[in-house]
Design a binder for this molecule. Sequence first.
Ligand code: IMP
Ligand code: MG
Length: 184
Amino acid sequence: MTLNKDVESILVSEEEIESIVKRISAEIDRDYKDTGKKFLLLCILKGSVVFMGELMKHITIPVEIDFMKVSSYGAGTQTSGRINIMLDLHRSDFSDTDILIIEDIIDSGRTLSYLVDYLKLKGAHSVKTCTLLDKPDRREVDFTPDYCGRTIPDEFVVGYGLDYDEKYRALPYVGILKRSVYSK
Ligand code: IMP
Ligand code: MG
């Protein structure tokens, strides 16, 4: 496979992502079977769409899916620190539902800590979080995901759903973006 010309190096290969997805889906099956509740996988658009699609194929217990879109990043590689809900859930009663938020990457931690509180306020029976990647060195608020693919160093990465300026989402691996692309 040829590397995208804007990618410095591959950080998480297709093979590693596949084994992460298998491991996490087995953990989810184990933790959520026989709860007697509805189980909702909540994809945070757009970055999590590839991870969620792959994960839901491997989970064997019954799931419902839904989507929210939030923005914390402005254009570029810096988070703005403010969370805006661009697409919300429209169901009103979540009291019989366990929600698992599926995220592509945790950076400051603001998006997920905000969303967990928001969904608990909506009355969900439980709210947990699952992320493919975590950059713990970048944390601005205390936050630990319940399921994590792997931690990565403080690098800006693209691929497998993750973008820079809406590009590179369709790459099958996660790669480090060349600095020259965003520090022009
Ligand atoms: P947080 O609220 O700062 O944790 O931001 C998380 C969001 O920032 C993720 O859902 C991504 O959309 C975006 N993000 C953080 N780091 C990266 C990265 O390295 N590449 C692409 N998007 C990123
Ligand atoms: Mg995102």
